[in-house]
Ligand binder design. Structure first.
Ligand SMILES: [Zn+2]
Ligand SMILES: [Zn+2]
Length: 284
């Protein structure tokens, strides 16, 4: 539902036999223009990615996503499927343990493929609260199973629980306006940072609106509160947008990513077209 317009656009292009502008050929050209940045920050991560095993709106499996991201040049990916409060395709009536097992399949398939092809695959998920969404990192399947109360807790309680586990709560695309989002709700007391660059906003090819303004607002919001920024693509298929974050060193784990973001490590952000420093300033 979140990406109906985008998906429609892609499908329409594919049907028309046009070359999809989101494809890797285009991405290669962009990356060549940014060689200097990539040389300084060689380790590139997709932080916001969905799989069809777990997200109702996704079209490609975890394994397919892993292969596409490896081919694109990512060092690693975070699989962040929609949870029970979002657009999950996992039967909500399942008992908790069975639900979590089923929910983690997209990640597990991506991880198995990643281990084969040399792509680091990390776990996370996107928690939905009436379409206000949070990207959670540094938590895992065992933690989910140990906390069945996750299904009914508030945003505030979620923050406490994720922190207890040493995890990270990032507000996903806080200023996105879409039919499925009743209102923009900011909760600065209950997040650690902000997804300042959501590449899906930059690859929208409709002419009726400028979605990049959502990211400009998100970056301003983060600056006002001193929040760290993240960047991800919010991809739902192997038509990659090329968004993400690049670091100077290889991340060892999702917990390592949490430390890097909270610890003020040096990294850069991209929407798949241009690069920004960690404060969201365009790198020229
Ligand atoms: Zn979705
Ligand atoms: Zn998402």
């Amino acid at each position: 539902m979140a990406y109906n317009l985008i998906l429609f656009q892609i499908v329409r292009q594919e049907k028309a036999g046009e070359r999809c502008p989101l494809g890797k050929r285009f991405g290669m050209e962009i990356r060549m223009d940014n060689t200097a940045i990539r040389e300084r920050y060689p380790y590139f991560y997709e932080t916001h990615l969905h799989t069809s095993e777990s997200s109702a709106c996704a079209r490609s499996t975890g394994a397919e996503m892993a292969r596409a991201c490896k081919e694109y040049g990512y060092t690693g990916i975070f699989v962040t499927d929609h949870n029970w409060g979002g657009n999950t395709c996992v039967d909500r009536s399942l008992p908790w343990d069975a639900w979590v097992d089923r929910f983690c399949l997209g990640y597990e398939h991506a991880k198995a493929e990643g281990d084969q092809i040399g792509l680091d695959v990390f776990f996370g998920y996107e928690a939905g609260y009436n379409a206000t969404e949070f990207l959670l990192y540094g938590i895992d399947k065992a933690w989910m199973k140990a906390h069945p109360e996750l299904r009914s807790i508030s945003v505030e309680e979620q923050y406490g629980l994720v922190h207890e586990a040493g995890g990270l709560v990032m507000h996903a695309h806080p200023y996105r306006e879409e039919a499925y989002i009743p209102e923009v709700r900011l909760m600065p007391d209950w997040v650690d940072g902000v997804e300042g660059i959501n590449a899906a906003h930059h690859w929208y090819s409709g002419t009726l609106r400028d979605k990049t303004v959502f990211d400009k607002r998100a970056v301003a919001y983060a600056r006002a509160h001193g929040f760290p920024l993240s960047a991800g693509s919010d991809i739902h298929s192997t038509n990659l947008f090329g968004g993400g974050m690049a670091f100077r060193r290889r991340l060892r784990s999702a917990a390592d990513y949490v430390q890097a973001v909270l610890g003020g490590e040096d990294y850069v952000l991209t929407d798949g077209k241009v690069w920004y420093d960690k404060k969201g300033n365009l790198i020229k």
